[in-house]
Each structure stands twice: as structure tokens, then as C-alpha cells.
Design a protein around this ligand. Sequence first.
Ligand code: DI6
Ligand code: FE
Length: 403
Amino acid sequence: MHFDRLFVNARLATMAGRGPIVGLIDRGALGVREGRIAYVGSMADLPEDASAGEKTDCLGRLITPGLIDCHTHLVYAGDRAREFERRLEGASYEDIATEGGGIVSTVRATRAASDEALASESLRRLDALMAEGVTTVEIKSGYGLETGSEAKQLRVARSLATRRAVDIKTTFLGAHALPPEARNDRKAYVDALCQEMLPAIARQGLADAVDAFCESIAFSPAEVGRVFDCAKSLGLPVKLHADQLTNLHGAALAASYGALSADHLEHTDEDGVAAMAKAGTVAVMLPGAFYFLRDTNVPPIETCRRHGVPMAIATDCNPGSSPLTSPLLAMNMAATLFRMTVAECLIGFTRAAAQALGCLADRGTLEIGKRCDLAIWNVETPAALVYPMGHDPLERRIFGGRG
Ligand code: DI6
Ligand code: FE
């Protein structure tokens, strides 16, 4: 049996299986052929005739699947440091949005930025994610809010994958905020979203999915329903920013459309979780936003556990509510603030995150046939990844068998 590459003497966190399982293999080996995993198991079970073009001794280090950040807004221009200061002085996130700041201020900066400027600002954030073992990133639009600028954001997002060894999934989030020029006519903007913007984006093949911000300061459930109907008619999967600041029953709405995921969920009730379980919708926890907005409503972790809803975790990297580019810190926050277990934290950035992007068949666990995207860590146990803060033990990142 010949492999292009063979990793030996590794502790493999395969993440394979269902439920809160890390699937640890202590003295493990992982063989690669044509960028895919061709063997994963214990060294003792390796066929005797196993040979390899390249052999790497991992010296007992932990190997996980490459991390998957399944919810980011990392392509944007400018920053919101002044808004942060205003919040320190007592203004709320909602106050700032209502006054025409917040998301809309990033829209102004993003519309004004050239493709190249947008790409180079975004690459800095992408590099930070990759430095912590990320191999797949979801990136949303939503700072353009008109067809040309939304297309620019998604085009730039896609272009990052030609400049770095990483896979990018793009999501159209035209229903993120009402753009300033539409302030007096919500209906006209939602009409434009459904009749012009989304069809144009779909025609250009720029989006893998469609998202919306269902919130009192953003779009109502009825408006989101219109956008989702349109997405469905174009054959695009949906996901939703649901119940972050108030309970508009976004989780149930997302589930009723068979959404890949419902994200945030700080105010989701048990009926919402039950609906997600039935629909197979993944819950995406975003502890960075919870922390940064000093939220106190912990998402329904225990209810998700009881209903068997898979829980992903993501950075939500964005300039307003989660300027976070560290998946490891997000795991630590999920453990500390949400009481998620170490296994759940790892699953959150691997298996469940892949499911939230609809690509679990291809990645998210170490199993034969899947992409060989790996993170090799200078630690021996999963807990040692989750517990430190501001520490990056990444030894090596492998993308498609290379690196
Ligand atoms: N929810 C969030 O947490 C981000 N977007 C959203 O719909 C915040 C985006 C921002 O404030 O710029
Ligand atoms: Fe978000």
C-alpha cells in the first residue's frame, strides 16, 4: 500500500461518529493519497507493506481536522473603534444602529474601498485565522447592500482562496441592514433584494448560501421569509442570524426552511430548538459576539444537547459585534461562558461546522475519502487546546495534503 504522504506517531482526534465524541487514536497514523485521507487508524494496524513518498514523525502531537470557521464577516473595510468607545461610555449596540452608525458605517467604508484594498485588509484577518489551523472559512457579504458592492465583497472573498491555501464558502447577506438610501422604504429594499440583487448574485455564481439578520433592528420574520422563498427558488441553501438580541422565533423560521444553520440563538426557546432538531438545522454558537456585547442571555446549550442539535462554534469575525480572529479563543469562550465541554468545543470547529456549511461529506472529520485538511498541534490532549488564552500552539497546517 503506497501513500503520497504518511503521518505517524500522532494522537488523532478523528472527530468521527455522532454526539460528543472526539474519537481519539493514541498512537495513530494517517496516510494521504491525492490530497485525500487514504488511511486513518492506529500505527499497529498499518499494513506491513505501507510505503510513503514522504513520512512525517509527529512525535506524539495532537492532530485534528483543519478548523472550519463557519460564520464570519471578514471581508470589510475600516474599523469601528470609535463605536467601541461609545459603547464603553454607555451607548448600546442597538442605540448606535438606530442612529445610523453600526453596520451602516461599515457599509460606507466597504462601498468606497477598491477590490485590492478590501482584499488586503481582509487578508490580515484571514491570516490570523489560518495561523490557528483554519482551513475552511465561510465569509458573508452584507456590507455592500446594493448589487455592485455585494458582488464586490463576494468576489473579493472568493479571490482570497487564490492567494492563500484555504477554502472559502461565500454567503449572500443582502438582508443585513437597511441601507441609508432605503431608510424610508423598507418594502422597496426587500423587493430589490428578491427581484434584482439575489438573482444577479446567483447568476454570477457568487454565493454558496443565503443568510439574513432577523432582528428588531434589521429584518422581520415576514421580510426574511420573502428572501428565503427567493433563495429557495434559486436553489440556494439558507441560514439565519436568529434570536440574537430578541426572540423573534428566528430559529423556528430557519428550521421551517430547512436551513443549514441558525446562528447566535441567545434568545431561542425550546420550541425553536425542537424545530431545529426536526429539520436537521445546526446551532452555531458565537461566543465572541456574546462577550463583546456583554450579553447575559446564554444560548440554550443544554436544550440543544437534549434535542440532539449539533452545535458549531464560530468567530463571527466582524467589526461591530465580534472583532475576533481567534478560533482557539472562541473555543475557550464557549467553554467558559457557555459551559460547553472540551469535546463540544472541538466538534464546534470541525464536524458540526462542516455540517453547518453542508460539506460534512467532504471534511470536518478524519475519515477515509475526506479532504486531507489537518491542524497539527504542539499539545497532547484536546483540553490543552481549549484551556489557554492568547496562546497559539499550531505546529503545522496541512491543506489538501500539502503544507
Ligand atoms: N449579527 C452580528 O453579530 C453581526 N451581523 C449580524 O447580523 C454584526 C455586524 C456588525 O455590527 O457589523
Ligand atoms: Fe454574524
